[in-house]
Structure formats: structure tokens, C-alpha cells
Design a protein around this ligand. Structure first.
Ligand SMILES: Nc1ncnc2c1ncn2[C@@H]1O[C@H](COP(=O)(O)OP(=O)(O)OP(=O)(O)O)[C@@H](O)[C@H]1O
Ligand SMILES: [Mg+2]
Length: 367
């Protein structure tokens, strides 16, 4: 593209954004695990398949595979979970263990530094354990190799001795179910993918599922939420349960501060309207950051196409953050497109931001 020089501060219509300043509650609709609240409210995490709402067809298939494995008294086949952050990959892994009546063991790829880290876990697990590896796209090659044999033969290759006298022995391990989760399926090697028997691809949740999730969470948090409020909040939650739960907690705060006279812990439409506007979250669940990304493409690149790296620099974000956290929902909402030539906004983005389209022959800036 060459239109944006690295190191040159981006000119956006919101200098606060370029300087890294954000709204009063930054990133609240962003599903990364930044909030301690998420961990505090473990009670919100579904324990079994019945409580795990939405993702109907995926759930239906899984319940068949689980029932069949139980009937054969075998471990479930290895399970690969793909999807953007906050959609329920960790939750589902835990639910699967619960439904199988099996132990649950959690780790993440970056924590598996040396082969002995993996061997230490796999030699200690009980039979049929659900072994969850988060961020599986980040496995080191040596660990990945070791995992292949563990997944296929329930054995570990273990080297004893050093130098020329070193030899490999195979240690048996209990049959187990590996659950690998990733937000970046494209970065997982095909030999690893090929060893998973079941693949679940998460999609953003439907509005009706989001409403059901909000109602369930409101019940657990002991706040009432009316239908209007639930549908408004569902629409602003980016099809992501983690975001819905986070927004619900903030709405509970707003409701509480308004005091008992205004309904106390009742999350009503007016509480949600006021709360969302205070948090600068719009009707599509976009925050200032999201709108700025669209605005940058429109105002600086005439709507695109613009390369991901150039866009990331202009927006003051890392490319990974742009691709993992911002783009999936913008694309899902029909506001942004990934094309071979770069990112482009859609007509809907102009409409949503109420910005006029520029004449392509006369882009309005000179370089
Ligand atoms: N299907 C669901 N029904 C109800 N609540 C859900 C569902 N899926 C997820 N949640 C809620 O959303 C929260 C986030 O889910 P989870 O931590 O499993 O996401 P994740 O996909 O593992 O995210 P990450 O990629 O960041 O690890 C959970 O704590 C849970 O409360
Ligand atoms: Mg997770």
C-alpha cells in the first residue's frame, strides 16, 4: 500500500484513540480474558450439556459420541475445538469431561516447555481423562511429535541415557481424550489436525441463544432482566457469551447505583440503554476501537483494500490483535471483508458510521 509510513502517527478523527486512550471502560466487549470478574464468576460456567446453550448441531453430535464412548466403556476420541475467544471452548471441554464422568486436566501449549512437562502429566492421569491443551497452535515441535504417539498409541517415547548410549523406550500411558483448543486453526499443523477424531467449529451465537444465556446468568447473579433488556443486551454482545456475561455484570452495577427507587437490581431496558451509551457501545456491540478501525479504512484508505499490517499500524494495534479480536466480529457483522488485496469496509459500514462514500476517482487525499 505504502500510504501509511511506519512510525508516523495515524491521523484519525479521534486523537484519543491514536494515543491509546480509550473509553471509560476499555475493551468491555472484547472477549479476551482480561477481566478478573470472569474468573470470579465461575458459577456462570455451564457444568453439563443441558446448561451449555446454543451451538445446537455441534452439541447434538457430541452427545451421540459421548453416549457411544460411554456405552463401549472407552475414552472419547480426541476432540479439536476451533473458534474465536469467549465462545465456550474451555467450557465445552469441561462439560465433556463431566458428561463422560472422567477427570479433567488443563494446560496450555506455552506451559509445555520441555518433553518432561508433557510426560509428567500424561504418566499421572487416570484412564479416560479429558486432557485439555489451550492455544494448541503454540505447541513446540518436540512436544507435538511426542503428542502424536501419545494420541495414536497411548505411549510416550522416552529417551534414557545420553550421547551414543542413549536409547528410546516406550512408556505406556492410560487411554485419554486430548481436547485441543485454538483461535487460529490455520496455524495448527496438518499432522496434528489429522489425529483428532472429532472437530467442533464454534460459530458466533444466535440472538435467541444469547438471550437465553443472559437470562440464565441473570438468574445465577440474582438480578432480574426483562425481555426488552435481554434482547438489547444480546444484540450488543457480539454473539459471544463471555461478552454477554461481562456486560450483564456492568448493567447490574448501573442498576444498583440507580438505587432501589429506580428498580434496584432490575436490569431494565432503560438501564441497558443508559449503560451501553455510557460505555460507548452501539447497537451492533461495537466499541470506539471497532468504529475507529472502520473509520480509518474509510477515511485514510478510501474504504480499502488495505493490508492487515498497514491497518494494524494505523490503528495502533498488533496484527494478531487485529486479526483475532477485532476482525472476526466486524466480518461476521457484515461491516468488513477480507479480500486477497486486503481489508475492505462494506456499504453497511458507511451506513452504520453515517459516513459519506467518497468518489473513487477522486479519493480526496494526495501522496
Ligand atoms: N454455551 C454456553 N452457554 C452458556 N454460557 C457459556 C457458553 N459458552 C460459554 N459460556 C460462558 O462464557 C464464558 C467464556 O467461555 P470460555 O472461557 O469457555 O471461552 P473460550 O472459547 O475458552 O475462550 P478463550 O479462547 O479466550 O479461551 C464462560 O465462563 C461461560 O460462563
Ligand atoms: Mg478458553
Amino acid at each position: 500500500m505504502g500510504k501509511n509510513k511506519p512510525g508516523v502517527p495515524p491521523e484519525t478523527s479521534d486523537p484519543g484513540f491514536a494515543a491509546g486512550k480509550t473509553a471509560a471502560m476499555p475493551g468491555i466487549t472484547h472477549p479476551e480474558r482480561y477481566s478478573e470478574d470472569d474468573d470470579r464468576d465461575l458459577s456462570l460456567r455451564p457444568q453439563n450439556l443441558a446448561e451449555f446453550l446454543g451451538q445446537a448441531s455441534m452439541k447434538e453430535n457430541l452427545s451421540v459420541f459421548i453416549a457411544a464412548a460411554r456405552k463401549r466403556n472407552e475414552s472419547l476420541d480426541h476432540l479439536f475445538l476451533i473458534g474465536p475467544p469467549g465462545l465456550g471452548k474451555t467450557t465445552l471441554a469441561q462439560v465433556v469431561a463431566h458428561e463422560l464422568g472422567a477427570d479433567f486436566k488443563v494446560t496450555s501449549a506455552p506451559a509445555l516447555d520441555k518433553p518432561k512437562d508433557l510426560a509428567g502429566i500424561l504418566t499421572m492421569i487416570s484412564e479416560k481423562t479429558v486432557f485439555f491443551i489451550d492455544e494448541i497452535h503454540r505447541l513446540k515441535p518436540a512436544i507435538e511429535e511426542m503428542l502424536y504417539i501419545a494420541m495414536e498409541d497411548y505411549e510416550l517415547d522416552w529417551i534414557i541415557g545420553q550421547g551414543p548410549s542413549a536409547r528410546t523406550i516406550r512408556l505406556p500411558i492410560p487411554p485419554f481424550t486430548l481436547v485441543g483448543a485454538t483461535t487460529k486453526a490455520g496455524n495448527v499443523s496438518s499432522p496434528l489436525i489429522g489425529r483428532f477424531g472429532i472437530t467442533c467449529r464454534f460459530s458466533f451465537y444466535e440472538l435467541s441463544d444469547m438471550e437465553a444465556i443472559l437470562r440464565r446468568s441473570a438468574g445465577i447473579l440474582r438480578v432480574s432482566i426483562d425481555d426488552d433488556a435481554a434482547s438489547l443486551l444480546a444484540a450488543s454482545s457480539r454473539g459471544t457469551p463471555r461478552v454477554a456475561n461481562r456486560l450483564l455484570r456492568r448493567m447490574r452495577d448501573f442498576a444498583q447505583i440507580r438505587g432501589p427507587a429506580a428498580g434496584g437490581t432490575a436490569v431494565t431496558r432503560s438501564v441497558v440503554e443508559e449503560g451501553l451509551s455510557r460505555l460507548e457501545i452501539d447497537s451492533l456491540g461495537l466499541e470506539r476501537h471497532d468504529r475507529e478501525i472502520l473509520r480509518i479504512i474509510i477515511e485514510r484508505y478510501n474504504g480499502g483494500p488495505v493490508g492487515a499490517e498497514t491497518l494494524a499500524i494505523s490503528a495502533g494495534e498488533a496484527v494478531d490483535t487485529l486479526e483475532d479480536y477485532y476482525e472476526p466480529y466486524l466480518i461476521q457483522s457484515g461491516l468488513l471483508q477480507r479480500t486477497p488485496r486486503g481489508r475492505m469496509v462494506t456499504a453497511l459500514a458507511y451506513e452504520h458510521l453515517k459516513l459519506p462514500r467518497k468518489d473513487h476517482e477522486n479519493p480526496g487525499f494526495l501522496f
